[in-house]
Write a protein that binds this ligand. Structure first.
Ligand code: FE2
Length: 451
């Protein structure tokens, strides 16, 4: 749960309210209190609540009446209510469910079971909240019954009288689930389902088909067309709601698993990068931390420019890897304290290409290649490896060139001490338009200035 959820506790006993708050307290919950049904109802009208826990015996308005009143009000009738009672007589439990409570719990069990029950109900309501269901049926009566039934449960619903009209609407919206009749004029449910699943953002949207034919061949054909399930008409709305909830929760779990898998891959990838860069920097104490420092500066600048988070992460990784190809440069050249011969310099100049070759077979790192390959290109076209000029050089490679130069100038090297910041800034400013991209230099200087 990311956003805090708001819960209302309605009980006339201050001590009981205190005990419940203590039992439930955690960072994801905002807990409000009311003394009885009347006060509770006032609060619910003023604030949005995700869940209500109410006592039964209270002066003013008792818990059953409070629950019943809520169920009669539009917008409030989908808030889950837990009835908490000191009696656990069968008749009371029955009455609780009759007035529309989501759960009934005895006060003696509250400490042990309430937190898990609250979590379960909140999870369930977040599954439904803001979920958009598209319903397609050529019968206005059925369309209306299903639409009203789903709205009553808290879903958002977009009804459509035909597959064609639905396809038009799908250009502008992305429902979380689609329910469609099979037997419709113009476009039947099977072709509608197949067409929907061919559209990229909708390829995995859960799809429920409804029909009157109960033969196995037809059902098989429907499921082969990509539908998640088939329900036989006539059905009652509760059956449909349960099917919708089940599909949404399965789909949600699938998305969650997918996200976890991506996160694990990302973590493993970052760990491999860290060891690659460490292996590189372990050979040369003077460049230790260089890649990280260059990457940090580029990352901060990207963030300051408002680049989307995901892209910032890629830029950050690519900048961290910019000198990766130096792994392929011999020690006697890489670590040579004095000036390099032309031949040695030619070998050093191969490092962007070597870096790109290392990354090429790794699918998740392929997109880092442009920055790695082009970080030694010069704005005036006199750089390497390709002699690209101006805007031909990828923007973040140009930016990395600026921070790379700045960090190299200000750090100690075997043959010289690092120079003061003011001198480095002067050199970088002088290189505007020749070695370095003027726009990137300006952005870099602005960033340094704001520090
Ligand atoms: Fe480099």
């Amino acid at each position: 749960m990311n956003n805090p959820r708001r819960i209302l506790i309605v009980d006339d006993s201050l001590a009981m309210r205190g005990a419940l708050v203590k039992t439930l307290r955690n960072d994801h919950l905002i807990i409000e209190q009311a003394e009885n049904g009347l006060e509770g109802f006032e609060k619910v009208r003023q604030l949005h609540f995700d869940l209500i826990i109410t006592d039964v015996d209270m002066p003013g308005m008792d818990g059953f009446t409070f629950c019943k009143v809520l169920r009669e009000k539009e917008l409030l009738n989908t808030i889950p209510v837990i009835i908490l009672s000191s009696h656990d007589k069968e008749s009371d439990i029955e009455r609780g469910f009759q007035v529309g409570a989501s759960a009934y719990l005895s006060k003696t069990d509250a400490k042990a079971h309430l937190p898990a029950l609250v979590e379960r109900l909140l999870k369930h309501s977040s599954l439904i909240q803001d979920r958009l269901i598209m319903v397609v049926d050529d019968s206005p009566v059925i369309l209306d019954i299903i639409t009203k039934g789903l709205i009553k449960e808290g879903f958002q619903v977009f009804p459509s009288p035909s597959g064609r009209a639905a396809l038009d609407a799908l250009e502008r919206m992305q429902p979380d689930l689609i329910i469609s009749d099979l037997d419709m004029p113009e476009m039947d449910g099977i072709s509608f389902c197949q067409t929907v699943h061919k559209r990229p953002p909708l390829t995995t949207v859960p799809f429920i088909t409804m029909g009157t034919e109960s033969d196995r061949g037809k059902m098989r054909q429907v499921l082969q067309s990509g539908a998640s399930t088939y329900i036989l008409k006539p059905f009652n709305i509760d059956q449909l709601v349960i099917t919708v909830e089940k599909l949404l929760s399965d789909h949600f779990l699938l998305l969650l698993k997918d996200r976890e898998r991506l996160e694990t891959e990302q973590r493993l990838m970052l760990a491999s990068i860290a060891s690659l860069v460490e292996a590189l920097e372990a050979r040369d104490p003077y460049t230790r931390g260089h890649s990280e420092a260059v990457s940090n500066m580029v990352t901060r600048i990207a963030e300051k420019l408002g680049v989307p988070e995901k892209q910032v992460r890629d830029i950050s990784i690519a900048a961290r890897l910019h000198d990766l190809g130096k792994i392929g440069v011999r020690d006697d050249i890489l670590l040579k304290p004095g000036a390099l011969t032309d031949e040695e310099f030619a070998i050093i100049r191969e490092h962007p290409v070597i870096g790109a070759k290392i990354l090429d077979p790794i699918p998740s790192l392929k997109k880092m290649i442009p920055l790695v390959l082009s970080h030694h290109e010069r704005y005036d076209g006199k750089g390497y490896p390709e002699g690209l000029k101006g805007d031909q050089i990828p923007f973040w490679a140009r930016m990395t060139a600026v921070t790379d130069t700045y960090h190299a100038l200000t750090s100690d090297r075997p043959y010289r001490k690092g120079m003061p910041q003011s001198r480095a800034i002067q050199i970088i400013t002088d290189a505007k338009g020749s070695q370095l991209c003027p726009k990137c230099v300006d952005l870099f200087l602005q960033w340094i200035d704001d520090l």
